[in-house]
Every structure is written in structure tokens, then in C-alpha cells.
Design a protein around this ligand. Structure first.
Ligand code: SF4
Length: 734
């Protein structure tokens, strides 16, 4: 038989009996892949495939997207509203009216007794944008609590904060197309092949064509680092030192772009004075990257005709997360690498619609990047919503991470959780458990009834998931894509938009504020509010978005009226003809003194704990833990441990070990590998009751994002391997 040249072993796809394909955008990560779900003759979703004419993924899907249709029938879905008086009692079924009345009455009871901000609302990055907008209108315009946030504080808050400090507004300025034009790419704390596989494919394809150097900064030899031209295995939490040292070399060797700096920025003198202190020899002692490498990277980056930087949680989840983003922006600005093809600072977002919540949820402000602190912004939205502008707070309330501390301290008495699971996702689980137990009232609205957080709820509202709903999502490159209902939510479960509108009716008895019923109408309302702003979407409609397989913002009504086609890709912010969003139109160069405030290994806890993701799983495995084809690759918690450390501790491959931090302990299977240095282990965070039993989660002072990736632990050998195996099976949960 002839294989290889001339003949290919044909791939046979199983015939699932698909009679119809329905369009959506993937509901896992922020890449924004267009997907079609195949339905059989009974209308059951049985297959998924990538959409060939979609610019983002060009027909491809990753391991999660390929099995996404299995989500609809996965175990643990909520199918009817539930109620109970105390959180440890048995649930009893309730009608939607009873459950929603209870939610309304408890919000008003708690607010009347303890003040409007004593009831907190926390959502997610996984709703559709019209749902975020409606929840924001309900919370800011009617309920009136200022303690309202999304779980995006756990992943993207530092990027938002850094963009605002540097450029005056949130909004990633680049595009995936920039990979095709760049002359150098630095990836800071980003493992694209596992976290964003289709963006990795776009990057790799471009690199194979043009050969740009890929420089990966990461303490671990990730899959991306294995493919890098240079891997900088940095000491955790010291990125700002490396950034300052790179700028030190760039200024010293006159490699900066003075013309760009003069024309577009403020603050160059203060920045130069600060980075002057970070000569490569001194910096190397802190960040662990040798002097010579620092110089080579600085020259390679600054001399490239266009250079770009990407990053994810390695930067964001740190006590210097916001500073790290500002440092990346500083590097881009001093070399003139913003707003030109191949020159950008592009935060790779986490959840599928983290961008949608940033733009429209009103969590940190008001819709479309408006600020609560700006009177004109409050007035504009008050007029549009027909509410009293004085009803809006004058500044942002607590972030999610501060809300749990306020619950623990007894300041917040009630909580409405929407599609998020803090018992799994927040650092220091023991502390979050204490906070949840103290609540007078908790409502969980989720598509899954079996989340760890739902066990503390008094009301459970069953919601639709992903393509059981109608609306749009925004991806990492500001591309808005359409999600359409492929099937109906199970049982009595309802789309989140329906739930928000029914709750709104209860707070809006006089009908003063309008809540459109359909996602299409809401999108047009959002479009009107976006006119003339950075994220202008006034030229888009649901129909056009679907037809184009996603449109990047801005796309204005004026462009549409002129008959200008929406861009297929490559749309950038802060190009030569657009200014930055600070009042004077200039970007800020901000000096970043390094303050060493992480938890670091010591005698008692001598090992760095580094946490992160695996390609096959999504967040707390509420979804992928139930999909056999995802779960089979890593069904139990494990750690990557250096073979030298394993040998020193007498630990064999496949043995269970106990990890102990100042917060608690956890058990995982040891997988010796050279991917991690001897003083570090890597623990995927996906597993129930595992990584976050250990993490401290100190908060970034600007973004309030936790430092998940920098904790200190010790490792202990376990004598009773059988008991440890049982415990590990328990952590599988699903
Ligand atoms: Fe979905 Fe992200 Fe995979 Fe694309 S890369 S299929 S958006 S999980």
C-alpha cells in the first residue's frame, strides 16, 4: 500500500445523519471562531464544524469547539427554578413567578435594611452582549447597587486598567492580521497553542511565511516557548523589571522612535528617568534573564520595521498586572508600534465574550466605555434610559474580588450570581466559603445546577447556555460575531435575556424604563448609544454581522450610509488619523518602579506554584469535565514537577503528592517534566477543590485582579497512595 507522496490516507468522517447546519460563534474562548452545529432529523445537535468563509478561523476549530454540540445535553443542567429557605436544606421546585418574586423581594428587603450597596450582583464573560447591556440597565438604572461586577476581574481587569492608563480607554488596538505584517513578536505569559489554538494557528501560518522572530517570556517551557526563537524563563512576578531593562537598552542605544514619541505621547522625561535605573546587569539579578539576552531582545524588537506584543494571564494575574500592561504599552509607544500593520499591543482576551462585558455591561462604568465619574456620561445614559442621572453613583463600586471580602466582613448581605462559580474560580477557597456561608440571601442563575456555588443559594434560576440564545459576542480583535439559537434550553430553563427582562418588570412597575424583548432591538439601541464613540457599532445589524461572519468595530452608520463595506479583518485603533482617548488625544508614558510585593518561596514553602490552563478544558470544567472527548485527556488533577525535585523528594511518576500552602492543601498526581524549573510546579487550575485551596491571590492595586500565578508551597510525599487516589477521584467531580 502506498502512503505519503502521491497518496493520502483519507480521513473518514462518521455520518451523524445531519440534515441542517445552524450558525453560531464558539462559546468557549475569546478567539471568536465561527461554528456550525449539525442537527439530525429529530432536531438533535449531533456535530460541529468550522465555517470556511469566516476570516477568524477559516474552517478550523480546536478540540473544544469540535465537541461543543455535546454541551446541550451535558449532565447537571438546570431545568426548573428551585427554592429553599436555608442553603443547606433540600431544594423544592418553584414556578418562575415565585422564584423571581423572591429575588426581587430579597433585593429590596436587604437594600432597605442595610443600604442599596449591601446587595451585590456578579456576572461573567460568557453571556451575550445584549444580555450584558440589559443586566447593566437593570442594575444601574433600577436596582441601584454599585457593587456590581463580572468575573472578568479574574482574567482581564489588568488589561482593561493598563489600556485605560496608557491610552485613555479600554479596547485592544490590534488585529490577528497583524501577525502577517509584524517583524517581531514578543509573547508575555501567553501559551497560545493551548489557550487560544486558532490564534496560534494564525500566528504560526504568518510566521512560516515571513519568518519573524518569536520571543516568549514565561517561567515555564510552554508549548509556545518550545516553538520560540528565544525563550526567556523569567522569575515569576518580575516582568516590569525586564520591560524597564529593555527600554533602558532601547534609549541607551538610541533605538527609540523620537518622532512618534513627540507627536503622540506625554511623559517621556519621567519614563526615561525611571528606566535609567534598570541597567541590564542589575535587572538580570532580579528577573533572572541574563544581560546579553536583554540586550539582544531590546535590539531585535526596536529594530524591527514593525513589532507586536501579545499577553494573557502571565501578565494580568499578578500584583503588577496593570503595571505589566502599561509596561507593554510603554515599549510599544517608544518604538512607534501602535496603530500600524504589525505594530501593536494586543491583549489576548480570555472568555468568549469578555470583550462584550467590557464594552457594554456597565460593570466598571456605563455603556460603551463611558465613565461613572464623568457627569456628561451619566447624563447621556440617564437620558437614553429615562432615569434620574442622580440615581447613578459618581464612581465605581467594589470589584468582584473586593465584594467577597465585604461579604466576609458582613458589609454585603445578598448576592445574585450569574453564570459564574466563585467557589471554584476565586483564590483561597476556604475564605470564599466563609463569605458565602454568611449571606442572608443568594440567588444563582446558571445553565448548570450542580456548580459548587449553587450549594450556597436560596434561589436557583435555570438559564440557557451558549447557542440556546440569540445575540452577539465580541472577540479579542474587537470582532462582533452572531450567536443564534441552535436549540431550545432544556425543560423550563430560559435564556438569560428573558430572565433579566422578567426581573426588570418587577423593578419597573410604572414602565418608565424601556426593556426591548428581542436581542435585535437591543442591538440597535446599543448602536445608537455608540455613535461617535471609540467602539462605534452604529453601522452594524445582526443580519450584516452574520452575513460577514463577524465585523470588527468601529463600523459606523456613516460608513454604512456611504456604502463602505465593513472590514474583513485588519482594522486597527490609534492609526495615523485617530487619536488616543485621553483628553489631549495623546498616550501616556508611565514610569513603573518595581515593588517586590508577591508571596515568594521561603524555607517553609520553598516552591513556586504556577497555575494555568490545558487545551482540553475550560475554566472549572463545569462544561468540559462532562464531555468525554475533552475530559479523557486529563480527568484528574496533576502537577508538572522537575525530575530533579521529584528525585530529591523521592516521588515517582504517577504518584500522588500533597501540596501545602499557608492557605490549605491539595492532592495531585506527579508528572515529572523538564518544562518547569526545579523550584516550581505547574498545576492546571481546572479541577474542583484543588489549585484555589492553595492560592493566596494578592490583588493588583489598580485592577484588583488576583495574583493566581505566584504563590509559595511545599510538596509532601504521601504514604497512603490508595487514599490519595480516592481523594483525587473526588476532585474529578464530573
Ligand atoms: Fe472555540 Fe477558542 Fe477553540 Fe476557536 S480556539 S474553537 S473559539 S475554544
Amino acid at each position: 500500500m502506498l502512503f505519503g507522496r502521491g497518496r493520502k490516507n483519507p480521513i473518514k468522517l462518521a455520518d451523524k445523519g445531519v440534515v441542517e447546519w445552524k450558525y453560531a460563534a464558539c462559546g468557549y474562548c475569546s478567539t471568536g471562531c465561527s461554528i456550525e452545529v449539525g442537527l439530525n432529523a429529530e432536531g438533535t445537535p449531533v456535530s460541529s464544524r468550522g465555517v470556511a468563509d469566516a476570516d477568524v478561523n477559516r474552517g478550523k476549530l480546536c478540540l473544544k469547539g469540535i465537541f461543543e454540540h455535546e454541551l446541550f445535553s451535558s449532565a447537571g443542567r438546570g431545568t426548573r427554578p428551585l427554592l429553599r429557605e436555608r442553603w443547606h436544606e433540600e431544594w423544592r421546585p418553584a414556578s418562575w413567578d415565585t422564584a423571581l418574586d423572591k429575588l426581587h423581594d430579597e433585593i429590596r428587603r436587604i437594600q432597605a435594611r442595610h443600604g442599596p450597596d449591601s446587595f451585590a450582583i456578579i456576572s461573567t464573560g460568557q453571556l451575550l452582549t445584549e444580555e450584558f447591556y440589559t443586566l447593566g440597565k437593570l442594575t444601574r438604572g433600577l436596582i441601584g447597587s454599585n457593587n456590581y461586577d463580572g468575573n472578568t476581574t479574574l482574567c482581564m481587569a489588568s488589561a482593561v486598567s493598563g489600556y485605560k492608563r496608557s491610552f485613555g480607554s479600554d479596547g485592544p488596538p490590534g488585529s490577528y492580521e497583524d501577525f502577517e505584517h509584524t517583524g517581531c513578536l514578543i509573547a508575555w505569559g501567553s501559551n497560545l497553542p493551548e489557550q487560544h489554538p486558532i490564534i496560534y494557528w494564525r500566528m504560526k501560518e504568518a510566521q512560516e511565511k515571513t519568518g519573524f522572530p518569536l520571543i516568549v517570556v514565561d517561567p515555564r517551557v510552554t508549548m509556545l516557548a518550545q516553538n520560540a526563537n528565544m525563550h526567556l524563563a523569567i522569575t515569576p512576578g518580575t516582568d516590569v523589571v525586564l520591560m524597564n531593562a529593555l527600554m533602558h537598552v532601547i534609549f541607551k542605544e538610541n533605538l527609540h522612535d523620537q518622532r512618534y514619541i513627540d507627536a503622540n505621547t506625554n511623559g517621556i522625561e519621567a519614563l526615561r528617568a525611571e528606566v535609567e535605573k534598570y541597567d541590564p546587569v542589575s535587572a538580570a539579578k532580579i528577573c533572572g534573564i541574563d544581560e546579553d539576552t536583554i540586550r539582544v531582545v531590546a535590539r531585535t524588537f526596536a529594530r524591527a520595521p514593525a513589532a507586536m506584543q501579545i499577553w494573557t494571564m502571565g501578565i494580568n494575574q499578578s500584583t503588577h498586572g496593570s503595571d505589566g500592561v502599561v509596561g507593554i504599552n510603554n515599549l510599544a509607544l517608544i518604538t512607534g508600534n501602535i496603530g500600524k500593520p504589525g505594530g501593536t499591543s494586543l491583549s489576548i482576551t480570555g472568555q468568549c465574550n469578555a470583550m462584550g462585558t467590557r464594552e457594554w455591561s456597565s460593570c466598571s462604568g456605563l455603556p460603551n466605555y463611558r465613565y461613572l465619574e464623568v457627569p456628561e456620561h451619566r447624563a447621556e445614559i440617564a437620558q437614553a434610559w429615562n432615569v434620574d442621572p442622580e440615581f447613578f453613583p459618581k464612581k465605581r463600586g467594589m470589584t468582584q474580588t473586593d465584594i467577597y471580602q465585604a461579604m466576609e466582613a458582613g458589609q454585603i448581605k445578598g448576592l445574585w450570581l450569574i453564570a459564574t462559580n466563585p467557589m471554584s474560580s476565586l483564590p483561597n477557597t476556604a475564605r470564599i466559603r466563609r463569605a458565602m456561608e454568611q449571606l442572608e440571601f443568594c440567588c444563582v442563575q446558571d445553565c448548570y445546577q450542580d456548580t459548587e456555588s449553587a450549594q450556597y443559594a436560596h434561589v436557583f434560576l435555570p438559564a440557557g447556555t451558549w447557542a440556546e440564545k440569540d445575540g452577539v459576542m465580541t472577540n479579542t480583535e474587537r470582532r462582533i460575531s452572531r450567536v443564534k439559537p441552535v436549540t431550545l434550553p432544556p425543560g423550563e430553563a430560559k435564556p438569560d435575556l428573558w430572565v433579566f427582562n422578567r426581573v426588570a418588570e418587577r423593578f419597573n412597575k410604572d414602565g418608565k424604563v424601556t426593556f426591548p424583548e428581542t436581542a435585535g432591538e437591543i442591538f440597535l439601541e446599543m448602536g445608537r448609544l455608540s455613535r461617535g464613540r471609540l467602539a462605534d457599532i452604529s453601522g452594524m445589524t445582526h443580519e450584516l454581522i452574520e452575513q460577514k461572519r463577524g465585523i470588527q468595530w468601529p463600523y459606523t452608520a456613516a460608513q454604512a450610509a456611504r456604502g463602505e463595506a465593513p472590514p474583513r479583518g485588519g482594522k486597527r485603533l490609534y492609526t495615523a488619523d485617530t487619536t488616543f482617548s485621553h483628553a489631549d488625544g495623546r498616550a501616556k508614558l508611565i514610569p513603573l518602579p518595581f515593588i517586590d510585593n508577591n508571596e515568594v518561596p521561603d524555607e517553609k514553602f520553598p516552591i513556586w506554584l504556577n497555575t494555568g490552563r490545558l487545551i482540553e478544558h475550560w475554566h472549572g470544567r463545569t462544561k468540559t469535565g462532562k464531555i468525554g472527548n475533552n475530559n479523557k485527556f486529563s480527568p484528574i488533577p496533576f502537577i508538572e514537577i522537575n525530575p530533579a525535585l521529584a528525585a530529591e523528594l523521592g516521588i515517582q511518576r504517577g504518584e500522588y503528592v500533597r501540596m501545602v500552602s499557608r492557605r490549605g492543601d491539595a492532592v495531585a498526581m506527579a508528572q515529572p517534566t523538564q518544562r518547569v524549573p526545579k523550584n516550581m510546579v505547574f498545576l492546571p487550575f481546572h479541577f474542583h477543590d484543588c489549585a484555589n485551596r492553595l492560592t493566596l491571590g494578592l490583588l493588583d492595586p489598580h485592577s484588583r485582579q488576583p495574583a493566581y500565578k505566584q504563590s509559595a508551597i511545599r510538596i509532601e510525599k504521601i504514604a497512603d497512595q490508595k487514599a490519595a487516589a480516592m481523594l483525587s477521584m473526588e476532585m474529578r467531580k464530573f
